[in-house]
Write a protein of this length. Sequence first.
Length: 347
Amino acid sequence: MSFLDQIEPLKQSALAEMRNAADSPALEQARVSYLGTNGKVTSLMKQLGTLSKEEKPAAGKLINAAKTEIEAALAERKAELDLLASRPKEPVDFTLPGRRRRLGKLHPLTQVTEDIVRSFRKIGFAVADGPEVEDEYHCFDALNTPADHPARDTQDTFYVDNPSTLDPRAPADSRPSFSLLRTHTSSVQIRVMEKQQPPVRIIVPGRVYRRDNADATHNPTFHQVEGLYVDRNVTVGDLKGTVEFVFKELMGSETRIRFRPHYFSYTEPSFEIDFSSSLTRKMGKEWLEIAGCGMVHPQVFENVGYDPEIWTGWAFGFGIERIAMIRYGINDIRLFYENDARFLRQF
Ligand code: DAH
């Protein structure tokens, strides 16, 4: 058979094999057998060189055209096979509803903390911060609670040996000071006043620790918000007005508060704050205790170098978990820390 006569049948068989290839491996096999280095079309093209000068141009043109046609058929079949492969193997119900991706949300304690901070910002308070690993001085002594003070028993905590303060070169009679996990945010009152001259108007949200066994209302770690206001001529009236404003914002405008005399070593006089609202009545009580507060003790001012003859102030502290539990009707404090999405999704 002449060179020219071979081209058409070869093309026809190549096109048929390409078009009928059942899958990608079969198509690849067809490609190699025609267009590969030793493929039939390639071999025929190599024979072009043996043709005479007169035959060559027509033969070259014809075989190139055939090759182009074969390549087009290859590409077309490849596209068809790719499309087939991408179709689902199983029947699919396109009318099923899509899968929603749930948006994350803030932890209920974070939400309550942010609400508290927002209310205090409205009346000019700034957020301050202090260390959770404290020393005894800032957590107790500077707050007028020396080592032998009974108030320390109610705030037992986790003590950590602190090598720097247990230095063997220290005088034998000096009492070593320990690092501890702070039992309340009140330590930050001291840290702020040590660094800053009055007036002071801060709130301190933060984590605190106590040696408590976990039950429905106790946990070894929980959260508090501390407040401190220092200026000239500050009164209990300022304290009460401020607390009332914030609790109405947090718990609703019909909220009422009352002060009961109490004792804290860093305030004088000291009070416990009760509040009453539809929430407390839902819990079967008219009044619920919610916070401690009082006028800053002159000794505390002395300890930070403020002159108690000039400066007056008030402070308060309350637990964030307790507020969140009352607000959302949660009956077990441990739920806050279990990271159970079914619980957390509700807020
Ligand atoms: N630190 C107290 C506690 O943890 C709460 C408290 C009471 C804070 C009176 C104060 C205060 O600033 O004046 O129980």
